[in-house]
Ligand binder design. Structure first.
Ligand code: GLY
Ligand code: MN
Ligand code: MN
Length: 520
């Protein structure tokens, strides 16, 4: 039917007459299918987004009990009469009132699941009894006028009732609230923020503790800390938290696995689509991550065809892709804050040439050999696996006719590290030493790469090819789990998917993400 404004108005009038002439009971029935919104908060909850969170979960995949256990574990590492202060992130602005998507400080998120800006978490240990630990939150107040513009807030009451804080206040009370806590503790665990503007040590908190609307006399945490001399002093919290965050719980591993599975399947679908443009390939992958159940892309993807792949952080992703090139893609989604991190490289036309095949098989062999070292009981550190990867790369390149490579040649062709921890941050817990043996429960990436420059030092047929293969590996005692296994990486599978739409592996078919249960 031809829709005009007149028609629309007429139909609305008709609907209005229809409803007003109905008995109230009939009118109500029309809305029965719509669940009433029971609680509004600054982030999704089971009560208002049951499709995203199960009963008992505070954030997708993580229960309130797990957040409680994390806080208890942290505080069992700290002395009596100490407190830990974690300042959350603020909204960042591109220009004027134009803001970027909010990203919480992941230390605060890890301890509480709280995902609103301008908030502070404080844990206090008054006695040696872990049950006496007090969980405080300082958060933006509920305020209908602000919420009309910026969305719902959870507020101090919600911080207690939903997020299980023992005590909470709003940010306008921050100076006196924090002063009292800091004054009564002997040791304060607090990570002094990196000074971006050397003219002031209040940087990092300026907007938060000194907004123009706040009463004069409001102080920054740094000011308050200077006012009191403590027996135990001010100590770094990050290294202690990093140790906890580096060992993933079963629930955390399930979330990374889920992000890896959804993202891996999106790669298979991308092979089958034979994209010809980096930009559309980028858009397709991000759409598939989210339609498959991820919340958002885990990081800015790299989609580099041909020589673009030689740039490790190529993110323009705006070039055309030619049949005789390979495309290197480093992209994945995240769920419940937990990231996957996957790289694959394939020929644009779906058929490996001889030189592409040789280089690809070399990188794949290095990757497989490194993944095989990822058992806790084998005792390797990430650094030792990196050293091994250089050695393996040298051997594999010798096998394809690049025999006389010195160490400096290897680092030119393979200039980055073998991997990193993975979790809430893509490069998770960088405080954890690369030299310590891998532990059960760590999740790391294994991502060797090879980038052959356009230089006469290398055979012409190898030049301008960049290859990276990256998987997400959960370390077990006598085994490992590949959390991104769905993304096909064998040549036979990739070629089969491009040609036929399915891989040779029965379990790695190009499955529609919609066929997969959310967080099974
Ligand atoms: N995607 C970033 C990395 O692989 O380290
Ligand atoms: Mn990556
Ligand atoms: Mn990575």
């Amino acid at each position: 039917m031809f829709v005009t404004k007149f028609n629309v108005v007429k139909r609305l009038e008709h609907k209005h007459r229809l409803f007003s002439s109905m008995k109230p009971s009939l009118y109500n029935k029309l809305w029965l299918n719509r669940a009433p919104v029971s609680i509004n908060a600054g982030q999704p909850l089971h009560e208002n987004r049951p499709n995203l969170l199960k009963h008992g979960e505070l954030t997708p995949g993580i229960t309130a009990m797990e957040y409680f256990d994390r806080r208890s574990k942290l505080m069992s590492n700290l002395p009596v009469k100490s407190c830990a202060i974690v300042v959350g992130a603020q909204l960042k602005y591109a220009s004027g009132p134009v803001f970027y998507k909010f990203q919480q400080n992941n230390d605060l998120f890890y301890l509480s699941g709280w995902n609103e800006p301008d908030s502070v978490l404080v844990l206090e240990k008054p006695t040696s009894n872990i049950d006496d630990v007090v969980f405080h939150m300082i958060v933006p107040p509920t305020d209908p006028a602000t919420e009309q513009w910026d969305g719902f807030r959870t507020g101090p009451v919600g911080a207690c009732e939903i997020f299980n804080a023992d005590s909470a206040t709003d940010v306008s009370d921050s100076t006196s609230y924090l002063s009292k806590i800091i004054k009564r503790n002997e040791t304060v665990y607090f990570d002094v923020p990196v000074i971006e503007d050397e003219s002031s040590d209040s940087v990092g908190f300026t907007n938060f503790f000194l907004p123009s609307s706040q009463p004069t006399g409001t102080k920054t945490i740094m000011d308050i800390l200077k006012n009191y001399v403590r027996k135990g002093g001010v100590k770094e919290l990050k290294p202690i938290l990093a140790q906890l965050r580096s060992i993933k719980s079963p629930a955390e591993i399930r979330l990374i696995r889920r992000a890896g599975q959804i993202s891996g399947r999106a790669f298979n679908q991308a092979y089958a689509k034979r994209f010809r443009n980096e930009r559309t390939l980028n858009a397709f992958l991000e759409y598939k991550f989210i339609s498959g159940g991820c919340e958002k892309p885990a990081y800015v993807p790299v989609i580099g065809a041909g020589a673009n792949a030689l740039c490790i952080h190529y993110t323009r992703n705006d070039d055309v892709m030619y049949d005789d090139e390979m495309v290197l893609v480093d992209a994945a989604g995240s769920i419940g804050g937990y990231c996957a991190d996957i790289s694959r490289t394939w020929p644009v036309n779906g058929k490996f040439t001889e030189p592409q095949r040789d280089l690809y098989e070399a990188v794949l062999a290095v990757q497989r050999r490194c993944v095989d070292l990822c058992f806790a009981n084998k005792g390797y550190s990430l650094h030792q696996i990196h050293q091994k990867s250089m050695e393996f790369m040298k051997q594999e390149l010798a096998n394809i006719g690049l025999p006389s490579l010195r160490q400096s040649d290897i680092t030119r062709l393979y200039p980055h590290y073998i991997g990193h921890n993975l979790g809430l941050d893509v490069h998770d817990v960088p405080e954890i030493s690369r030299y310590q043996p891998l532990k059960e429960g760590q999740v790391i990436t294994i991502e060797p790469g090879l980038y052959v420059p356009d230089s006469s030092e290398y055979p012409e047929y190898f030049r301008n090819i960049g290859i990276r293969i990256e998987d997400n590996i959960a370390i077990d005692l006598d085994s490992y789990r590949n959390l991104s296994v769905e993304a096909a990486k064998e040549i036979v599978d990739i070629e089969s998917i491009v040609q036929n739409g399915v891989s040779t592996q029965p379990n790695e078919d190009v499955v529609s993400p919609l066929e997969v249960d959310y967080l099974e």
